[in-house]
Each structure stands twice: as C-alpha cells, then as structure tokens.
Design a protein around this ligand. Structure first.
Ligand code: ADP
Length: 399
C-alpha cells in the first residue's frame, strides 16, 4: 500500500510518498510560493535524479496536480498510475478537544476542522485547502487527518487549564492544547525501543527543538504536560517566538509603543526569540557561529535559549515525580551538540552523567549521550513526523 503524506501550509506544501509494505520512502518534495507566478516545485525521488520546476501555481489544487505529475513523470516519477496511491494522510495543526486521535476524513470531520479555524487561523485553513485539493485531483481516495494536538489530549485538567475565569474555557475553549504531538509521540516510542524498556514504565521528557520548540512530559507513553499552550507561542524561547512571558507585558507594550493587536501578535510570533535577542538570526547555526566569533548578543541569545530548556526539564521531572530519560529531537535538538551539552552539563543534580564524546559522534543516528550507568539517560532521536502520519493513515485505511 502506498500512502501520500501532505503537510500543507498557506503558501507551501510538503509531501512524502511511502510504500508501507517495505517501509520505504518512494519520493518526497515540496511546492513553495503557492499563489505566485514563480512557485517552485522540488521533487526528490528515492533512486532517480531530482527535479525542480519554477512556474505559476496560484492555489493548492494546482499544487497537488503538480505533485501528482511529478510522481507520475516519465523521468522523475515513481508511480505508473495515480491509482497506485491508496490513501492520503494530512498533517493538521489544531484538533482542539474534538480530536483525540487521527481519523478518516468525512463531512463531519471537515466541519469540525473548520470550526477550529479560530484557534489556528493560519494553519487549519491551509490543511483544509490540502484536503480539498486532493478531493479535486483524486476523487474517492481515502484521506486521514493527523493532528499536532491529539497526543496531548491526555493532559490532566491541572496541566491544561489556565488560572483565568472558567467562562473563557467554557465559552471560547481557552485552554492549553500543546503541539508537535506527532513528534513527541514518535520519539517517545523510539526511546523505549532504544532503551530496551517498556514505554509503559518510562518517565520521559522529550525536547522537540526546531524553529518552533516544545518540551513534553510523558508518563507511560501518555503526554501529561507540554510547554506550548493554546497556541504554539507559549513555552520555550524559539527562533522568532518569545515563549513564556508575563502576560501584563502585552497591554503595557501595546500602550507604550502604540501597537495594534496584530502588531503585538506579529512582534511576539515573528520578531522575538533568538532573532530579537541576537539581532542577527533565528537560525541556531548562525547564532553559534557568531557566538564563537565573540558576538555577545549571540551568546546572550544562546544562554537564554538553553536556560529555558533546562528549566522545563527540571519542572517536568518534578511534575512526573521522577525521570528516566531526556530525548532531544528536531533541527536544533538533533544537530547542535553545543546546545545539548549546555543543557545537560548543568543537570547533573538529576543524575545525568553527560558523555561528551558520544555527544559529538554519530550524527543523524539514534544515540545515547550519557555515560553507561547514568541514572537518567539522555538520547538523541531524529524525528519522523511524516512516517507517523503514514502509519496512522495506513492503520485507519486497513480497518
Ligand atoms: P521546523 O520547526 O521548521 O520544522 P526544524 O526542526 O527543521 O524546523 O529545525 C530548523 C532549525 O534547526 C534551523 O532554524 C536551525 O536553527 C537548526 N539547525 C539545523 N542544523 C543545525 C546545526 N547543525 N546546528 C545548529 N542548529 C541547526
């Protein structure tokens, strides 16, 4: 069975085609700058030359048609006919309280995703465009939706409620949902396999540190807390997002700087984090490079970023009343040995015996970066959200 996984954004769309029989990726790629006459399609088949096309793609239906053309292409294609795609799995950012797991798309599911537009005004409409585009190009093919929030629906009320008037929750669903759930779920399962211990017996803190970043506290395979909240703005300091701050800053800064709601929202989401403190970049590679060349603002940005991750790991060890392992994943977590070292070396009180050499070797592989016998282990596990989406879709379609 072949499953096409689609991650649709407002102006971009990433795809991966899986063969579920042998667990292989047949092709992957992306369409960027949808809506423009210079849209770019990049297609990477597993065993053939890469293809790149630039041209007008004004909306998602055309983007999906382009993707299908690439998958069927005489030179760069990997399929003989469109019918060889058995199902499509979509990443959807917000599942609210309605979706506690992945589901097959039907009219009611589509209505519910639309009801959640308010909570994820940038992301959920894009996912709906992706679903409609697949319907237009591949009528009748089963589609599944996999939500970033679903894994965190196991959080208990003390973790998911905000201490504000309950009317906000009852009337407007103001609560913590958490994101990156597919990734936290994947790396926690892989951690148990790597450690050779049943997931049911483990207390884990998983750290998904990419452009967006979040930590999760996972007990027995169930998320009990996570650092992102009602939106992906809460929690850790990120590339361009502030993460946690005193909410009183919002009206104060709006008054002092004469900002509108959309301006303050843009400031906290797009012009804060590493970018704001370093004054240089939201990319950890550039921060580290500048820091090593002696840039003090880059060093401050790195120190703040690292400090906030460390605080969350400590808090979650307390929340779970114990800790067996910490897992690092995503762009920064998988690649920045320096960040992992900064976090882990100051957590020795928890029983983490950091292994400097292991931290520096085995790039791209699942690995342990603590010494043998360390009371709490630290792992690096490359995430694979697309594979999780394919797996869920496969399971739903087989039923
Ligand atoms: P997204 O949240 O967009 O999916 P990723 O998980 O791909 O992000 O992470 C992207 C980030 O990973 C980049 O912004 C960059 O800061 C960071 N990154 C990638 N490679 C390295 C590296 N070698 N060292 C430090 N940071 C890296």
């Amino acid at each position: 069975m072949n499953i096409l996984v689609i991650n649709a954004g407002s102006s971009s769309l990433k795809y991966q085609l899986f063969n579920m029989e042998n667990d292989s990726v047949l092709a992957k790629g992306k369409v960027e700058r949808i809506g423009m006459d210079t849209a770019i399609v990049t297609h990477e088949p597993a065993d053939k030359a890469e293809a790149r096309e630039v041209g007008e793609i004004l909306e998602h239906t055309t983007a999906i048609r382009k993707v299908l053309e690439m998958l069927l292409h005489a030179q760069h294609g990997v399929l003989g006919a469109i019918e060889e795609i058995d199902a499509v799995g979509h990443r959807v950012v917000h599942g609210g309280e309605a979706f506690k797991s992945s589901v097959l798309v039907d009219d009611e599911v589509k209505r519910e995703i639309k009801r959640l537009f308010d909570l994820a005004p940038l992301h959920n409409p894009a996912a709906m465009l992706g679903i409609a585009a697949v319907e237009a190009n591949m009528p009748g093919v089963p589609q599944a939706v996999v939500f970033d929030t679903a894994f965190h629906q196991t959080m208990p009320a003390p973790a998911y409620l905000y201490p504000v008037p309950m009317a906000l929750y009852r009337k407007h669903k103001v609560r913590r949902y958490g994101f990156h759930g597919t990734s936290h779920n994947y790396v926690s399962e892989r951690a148990a396999v790597f450690l050779g211990r049943p997931l049911e017996q483990l207390k884990l803190v998983t750290c998904h540190i990419g452009n967006g970043a979040s930590c999760a506290a996972i007990v027995g395979g169930r998320s009990v807390d996570t650092s992102m909240g009602m939106t992906p703005l809460e929690g850790l300091m990120m590339g361009t997002r502030s993460g946690d701050l005193d909410p009183a800053i919002v009206p104060y800064a709006m008054g002092k700087e004469d900002l509108t709601l959309s301006e303050i929202s843009s400031m906290l989401n797009k012009h804060s984090g590493l970018q704001a403190i370093s004054g240089l970049s939201s990319d950890m590679r550039e921060i580290v490079e500048a820091m090593e060349a002696g840039d003090r603002n880059a060093k401050l940005a790195f120190d703040m970023y690292e400090y906030r991750i460390r605080k969350y790991i400590g808090a979650y060890a307390a929340a779970m009343n114990g800790l067996d392992a910490v897992v690092f994943t995503a762009g920064v977590g998988e690649n920045s040995a320096l960040l992992r070292k900064a976090v882990c070396e100051q957590l020795s009180f928890l029983g983490i015996e950091f292994d400097e050499e292991a931290n520096l070797t085995g790039r791209g592989l699942e690995k342990r970066i603590t010494k043998p016998g360390s009371k709490v282990e630290v792992l690096v596990i490359p995430t694979n959200e697309e594979w999780m989406i394919a797996r869920d879709t496969y399971a739903l379609v087989k039923h």
